[in-house]
Design a protein around this ligand. Structure first.
Ligand SMILES: NC(=O)c1ccc[n+]([C@@H]2O[C@H](COP(=O)([O-])OP(=O)(O)OC[C@H]3O[C@@H](n4cnc5c(N)ncnc54)[C@H](OP(=O)(O)O)[C@@H]3O)[C@@H](O)[C@H]2O)c1
Length: 345
């Protein structure tokens, strides 16, 4: 069994991780952190965790005091900025660290201040991190000590777009990724923008165009997958649901490509992937509810008779495939285990 610590266990991704690791046969949880609830049991903050044997009887500790605990693996569910500072002592101590925050996703030190509005706390350590969506890059994560777990929106955008970009199926002009996210994407920390009366019965666009911080991560990964990268416009929306992301990517097809060929490229790319399903034309379009509480991504391609755009729709659960589930999948992949280990059927 691996000795595991969870930094930020009282956040939405931390809770999801506790639920996933409870079922994982190789996971023993040795510490869970919180600043605001230090000293309490996690189930007193989240009563739904009362049935989790692996955390029962363990008190939440503040992140600084966790550093003296001997662990094999640390999952960091902390906000960006705080996460890098808290993770690196564990890396230096020999543990494998899987960071769910954005702190190690951008390899170029100049990009972090551009997208996150402040200097990176340890820019000299960025090159150590391995960014990995396992379906796209699993060979890189094997044995990695510091794993940058992808963001939720980027996962929903890159899973459909990277195989298309690699196949040369994307034509001239920007790809538009239009995404809708549930409110848990903003985390548990209270804010006016995510308060019930602000979000209920209302949909809002925010940081649209080329302003959302996840655009940096998406364009970095599309540049790695292609020569020259792909121009991308990204328009996120907040919708009144707890969890889930639905993305529609408007893709200008390269000459010779249409919806049927795009569907075939994606079907071939994910034919053997347990967590990604490309729907047939007859199966129609996916919905966030089809993948809620799972580590799955469902992708569909819509027909357009004019063929001036190919529309690719993807859905994930932001807290599972977009965060904690993918982190466990990355942990499995880093060990060379079956990536489905611990996920049940
Ligand atoms: N939510 C998503 O859908 C999602 C998806 C992908 C990635 N992520 C990323 O994953 C990370 C966690 O997201 P989340 O939604 O779970 O956030 P969250 O609900 O706000 O939880 C944050 C956690 O970090 C702790 N924390 C806050 N400030 C801290 C500090 N300065 N030092 C130490 N601990 C601190 C909080 O503990 P206390 O408040 O109990 O002290 C809490 O346990 C973030 O970096 C986020 O960007 C989130």
């Amino acid at each position: 069994m691996a000795r595991i610590g969870i930094l930020g266990a009282t956040g939405y991704t931390g809770v999801e991780l506790s639920l996933l690791l409870e079922k994982h046969p190789e996971a023993e949880i040795v510490f869970i952190s919180s600043e605001a609830s230090a000293g309490q049991e996690l189930s007193s903050v989240f009563p739904r965790l009362a049935g989790c044997d692996k955390i029962r009887g363990k008190s939440l500790q503040n992140a600084a005091s966790c550093q003296s605990v001997s662990v094999d693996v640390v999952f960091s569910c902390l906000p960006h900025g705080a996460s890098a500072e808290a993770c690196l002592p564990f890396v230096d101590g020999g543990a494998r660290v899987i960071d769910l925050s954005a702190d190690f996703r951008l390899a170029d030190p100049a990009l972090y201040p551009k997208w996150y509005g402040k200097p990176h706390p340890r820019p000299e350590r960025l090159q150590e991190a391995v960014y990995c969506i396992p379906e796209l890059d699993r060979a890189k994560v094997r044995g990695a000590k510091l794993i940058a777990n992808p963001g939720c929106y980027p996962t929903s955008v890159l899973l459909p777009l990277v195989p298309l970009a690699k196949a040369g199926a994307v034509g001239a002009g920007p790809v538009i990724a239009d995404s809708k996210s549930g409110v848990s994407g903003a985390g548990r920390k209270p804010s006016l923008g995510t308060a019930y009366c602000e979000t209920n019965e209302s949909i809002s666009a925010y940081k649209i165009g080329r302003t959302h911080q996840h655009l940096g991560e998406m364009t970095q990964q599309l540049a790695r997958a292609t020569t020259g990268g792909l121009p991308l416009i990204f328009s996120p929306h907040l919708v009144p649901m707890e969890r889930g992301i639905l993305t529609v990517a408007y893709v200008p097809p390269a000459p010779g490509f249409d919806a049927a060929k795009v569907r075939q490229i994606l079907s071939d790319a994910y034919a053997n992937e347990p967590f990604v399903k490309v729907l047939s034309k007859a199966e129609g379009l996916p919905a966030t509810g089809h993948v809620a509480h799972t580590n799955r991504c469902h992708i569909a391609v819509a027909e357009m008779p004019e063929n001036d755009m190919v529309l690719v729709v993807s859905v994930i659960d932001n807290l599972v495939k977009g965060a904690s589930g993918q982190a466990v999948q990355n942990w499995n992949a880093s060990n060379g285990w079956a990536e489905t280990l611990g996920f049940g059927a």
